[in-house]
Design a protein around this ligand. Structure first.
Ligand SMILES: [Zn+2]
Length: 195
């Protein structure tokens, strides 16, 4: 998955002001593990990640409020990533995080999602990212396996509906299940209540 950023017509000195734009540009998903906010307790399950970290040995304080350095990210990935950043030698050797805002860093180009939800790295960037974001953590494997299963069930039901003449009640049940599966594959968005 690759995310496309809007071109903003104004800048802010408080990076949290970019929050609504980031949510939309990242399609309400964590830039790294790709889980939708819906599965993370809603908007509050995500934070703004500084791709080039704010602290640590490779801190880039000059990028703290630069929109292109901000990524919508789940609390877990953000906390695991922390101030981790590769040295210049590592970066040159492609030991770096994938950047999901660049077409050449589409997740699918760097690792393969297996049917059971595990990941197989295809590149050095893929293995660095999997390793340093712990993308092999159990709940992510479980989540990815579910997503694959729901997608397969959705396609199978569509195929059955096309192939067979369904009774009215079977048709209704199929429709209900298709709607349910669709809402998990592309979940609804809920905004946090504002006071
Ligand atoms: Zn995440």
């Amino acid at each position: 998955m690759v995310f496309t950023r809007r071109v903003l017509t104004r800048t802010y000195t408080d990076y949290t002001r970019y929050r609504p734009f980031l949510r939309q540009d990242f399609l309400y998903r964590c830039a790294y593990c790709l889980r939708h906010e819906y599965f993370l307790g809603g908007e509050a399950g995500c934070v703004i990640d500084h791709h080039r970290p704010q602290g640590g040995s490779y801190a880039r304080p000059d990028l703290i409020c630069v929109y292109e350095n901000l990524y919508w990210c789940c609390n877990e990935c953000n906390s695991i990533k922390g101030d981790t950043w590769p040295s210049s030698a590592e970066y040159t050797a492609a030991r770096r995080f994938l950047d999901p805002c660049q077409a050449e860093d589409d997740h699918d180009l760097h690792y393969r999602v297996e049917l059971g939800g595990s990941l197989t790295s295809l590149t050095t960037v893929g293995s660095y990212t999997i390793e340093n974001l712990i993308l092999w953590r159990e709940q992510l494997v479980y989540h990815r396996a579910n997503m694959i299963r729901w997608q397969q069930q959705y396609e199978e039901l569509l195929r059955l509906r096309e192939q067979y003449e369904l009774t009215e009640s079977a048709h209704e049940q199929t429709q209900a299940r298709l709607s349910e599966l669709a809402s998990w594959i592309e979940p609804p968005v809920f905004n946090r209540p504002r006071r």
